[in-house]
Design a protein around this ligand. Sequence first.
Ligand code: HEC
Length: 127
Amino acid sequence: MKLKKLLPSIAGLLVSATLLFAAAGDGLWMTRVPEKDRNRQNPFANDSLAVAAGTKLFHQNCASCHGNDALGLNNRPNLHSERIHAATPGELEWLLKNGSMKNGMPSWSRLPEQQRWQIVTYLKSLQ
Ligand code: HEC
């Protein structure tokens, strides 16, 4: 009896949760980052020249999906989010290198590692 009453709200919750995840990415990629990569340090942390270089690289490679301001476009995630704020630099560099292809995020392994770290510095400067 009670359960029957609850069912519509449970169904509603599931639908909104699915829509939310579809719109913002589900963050599952984070569970795939190996421990050793997670803890890697960004050689360009807080380097203002790297922020400038990373901004330029972002506009060239990422803005078509994430927007010029990294606020997200067409269901591609906003990168000013709590998740990106909390992510370690190593996690972000790992995602750039490996992508999340199944969900439509390409791999950037063809960029030199140094450029991926500059982009990470830019992402961290958004917070
Ligand atoms: C072709 C479209 C596309 C391009 C180009 C692209 N991305 Fe993505 N990006 C996505 C999609 C789709 C996701 C969601 C993937 C997921 O959640 O598994 C994503 C996820 C991310 C995330 C994780 C977001 C989160 O909340 O979990 C980061 C960080 C990111 N992208 C950064 C970048 C950077 C930096 C570049 C450029 C080097 C880039 N992306 C280029 C489509 C793109």
